[in-house]
Design a protein. Structure first.
Length: 443
């Protein structure tokens, strides 16, 4: 029998109400691709002609984009490869509300042009009263390049050799600063730099002193560094890149710098990320002296680095709304994590899965709190489950020959999804199967 004689016409399949509804949501191109794939399966005899619509509907993606939601079970709170901080419900709702027309640069009271992002700036200043003013750009690298362009183009930035950092994927902050037209004046040594070293390097060409928190590595032993308070009396602006986005001290991370402390110690400007320990969207935060922030805001480069309305909405909602997931995960009691791990392991063992509830150590990630381990609990599985779960978008980590699903970074509402993913793949996960990949964060 010639199967081609029984293949439905494309337009007839597309006319099905389910696919017409999907077309309104996903667009015609995506629906047509799914239909073409289903028709090809009919031609090869894989499915019956009368099931082509069901097959096309099943092949449709959830959203009109290639990004796919994953469950972060790596134990890295701010996993760069997985999008760093997940947004709070309030932030997600704010993004949805801001997706239409908004008053992002319109003053409803006067009918005139308004200041862009004023709500997010006010929320930042309320969360960090030590700052006189604030500005938001698209990431922390953008914040640094804007500061270098405005304050040190054609001039010198004085920086310790121990703070000439690379932050991942071959990206080096010294290269970024030089690209802004600044010259770097290196002082001290890799392991020891004093206030005297900075003072000796100052001159008429000095734009500012840059203090960079080496957030993704540690140097131990015979070390020394100059604190912001020691450098403040030198009479030049101090720009402090704290990196992680803490606006106030965090008791669980006593060595992690925060914006309030840096400003109170004498920094003229602080730069930070919005999608790390702040728990918000990707953004670069600039907080500090009002005159400096205004200079940055009015520079032509600021236009190229500005953020959109949905980032502003998510940032403001993160600051004003309830505790975001990253902050909540940081503070979750280990006893609660153990309870969840034991319950999940018990459910799996009842279905003949080799699952164990074990203690583990989570990390902050995202270039924050290097060397700090957070007590956690995980479900331990044979490592052969790694590729099987990855296909189902559950991402764990390999440790001592086992796959760990660390629950510190898994939202409680996702426990059932993790369980179902393991059970769905248990027949394919056998010892000696596909060699798994490890999941190391790219900071």
């Amino acid at each position: 029998m010639d199967l081609r004689r029984h293949v439905p016409r494309t337009d007839a399949v597309l006319a099905d109400p389910r696919l017409r509804t999907a077309e309104e949501r996903l667009g015609r191109a995506i629906v047509k691709t799914a239909v073409a794939g289903a028709l090809q399966r009919v031609r090869t005899g894989e499915i019956a002609p009368e099931t082509v619509v069901d097959a096309a509907v099943a092949a449709l993606p959830a959203h009109a984009m290639s990004l796919r939601r994953v469950v972060n079970a790596t134990g890295v709170l701010l996993h760069t490869n997985l999008g760093r901080a997940p947004l709070s419900v309030a932030a997600r709702e704010a993004v949805s509300a801001a997706s239409g027309c908004t008053d992002v640069e319109y003053d409803l009271a006067t009918g005139l042009r308004g200041r862009r992002g004023h709500g997010a700036v006010e929320a930042l200043l309320a969360a960090c009263p030590s700052a006189q003013d604030a500005h938001v750009v698209n990431n922390n690298a953008a914040a640094l390049v804007l500061a270098a362009t405005v304050l040190a183009q054609g001039r010198e930035i004085v920086i310790s050799r121990g703070e000439m950092v690379e932050i991942g994927d071959g990206f080096r902050l010294p290269d970024l600063l030089v690209s802004a037209g600044a010259r770097l004046r290196e002082v001290g040594t890799t392991n020891r730099t004093s206030a005297v070293d900075y003072a000796a390097a100052l001159g008429p060409d000095t734009g500012f002193i840059l203090k960079i928190h080496p957030s993704n590595f540690r140097i131990s032993g015979f070390t020394a560094s100059a604190a912001i308070a020691e450098l403040a009396p030198l009479g030049v602006p101090i720009v402090a890149d704290i990196g992680s986005g803490l606006l106030a001290p965090e008791p669980l991370l006593p060595d992690e710098p925060d914006a309030a402390a840096a400003l109170e110690q004498g920094a003229a400007l602080v730069t930070a990320s919005g999608d790390k320990l702040l728990g918000g969207p990707q953004a670069g935060l600039l907080l500090g002296a009002a005159d400096l922030v205004e200079r940055l805001r009015r520079h032509p480069m600021a236009r190229a680095l500005r953020v959109g309305k949905m980032t502003l909405a998510a940032l403001e909602a993160t600051l004003r709304g309830p505790e975001p997931p990253a902050v909540r995960q940081l503070h979750t009691a280990v006893a609660e994590l153990r309870r969840r791990a034991e319950h999940l392991a018990k459910e799996l063992t009842e279905h003949a899965v080799d699952a164990l509830a074990v203690d583990s150590a989570a990390t902050v990630g995202g270039g924050g709190a290097p060397g700090v381990e957070l007590p956690s609990a995980a479900v331990s599985l044979p490592e052969s489950y790694e590729p099987v779960l990855r296909e189902r978008r559950v991402i764990g980590r390999i440790e001592t020959g086992r796959l760990l699903l660390d629950l510190r970074t898994v939202e409680p509402g996702d426990d059932a999804h993790v369980r179902d993913a393991v059970l769905a793949g248990r027949h394919r996960a056998s010892p000696g199967g596909t060699t798994p990949r490890t999941h190391r964060e790219e900071t």
